[in-house]
Design a protein around this ligand. Sequence first.
Ligand code: ZN
Length: 296
Amino acid sequence: MTYFGAIETGGTKCTCAIGDHLGNIIKEETFPTITPEKTMPQIFKFFIHEHSKTPIQAMGIGCFGPLDLHIESPTYGSITTTPKPHWSNFNIVQAMKTAISVPIGFDTDVNAAALGEQRWGAAQAIDSFIYITVGTGIGVGAMVENHLLHGLIHPEMGHTFVPRKIGDDFKSVCPYHDDCLEGLASGPAIAKRWNIKVATDLKDSHEAWDLEAFYLGTAIANWTLTLSPKKVIIGGGILNKKCLIDKIRAECKSRLNGYIKHKLIIDNIDEYIVLPKQMGKSGILGAIALAQKAKG
Ligand code: ZN
């Protein structure tokens, strides 16, 4: 049996896991994301201990960004300009290398999750698709003809500009943009807009969900027009609200208005826009898949 190490770093917690080549998670622990000085020693301890019992062949890290993903860059492996205090310019790949000497795969948390869904989830045998997560922030990973899209830095589609619904004058929660998707439709945006602690506590009948679907459906229509994904996977904490996905499908279809003449969109939008098959696990499984890729 071959074992891999996997790390998924998020805004509030870091998940560490040991998994096998089939995507079975053997051991998993989470640690709070505080500062690198406080969080990393816990991560090191977990992996050094596991590695001594069951040697791992490689490691994968799916990390919140923005990140330096250019392998030839002197700062490859760093978290760059994150607003998360203390993590700016922290080189997580370099730090892990000092703890365990194995090949390390590194990508954004959402690209990792996309890879996880392709390997073991809703996008098996699909070469072009997007994975969206709607939670504390909004992130999108894009697999384009079997390549995770990076480009100049890496896509930041969660900050796509969306037209405001007429009458919506809510102040965006994004510190950079007045009209971006994350600023208008992330979990904190919903909570602030409707003055509630936990967005998903709003009733199914609340108008919040029609507005949320308006923004998400519009953004998905834009990404359908730009990247031509064969499937759209949408997850994250906000999608635990079960009434939302059908509203998003309807809004996206309405926005496209018959222009993209494909049966998936015209007749089977419920097979086009889907929940993750590994809801809540896509990211950590993706990190295992990144490790497998790093091992080669
Ligand atoms: Zn923004």
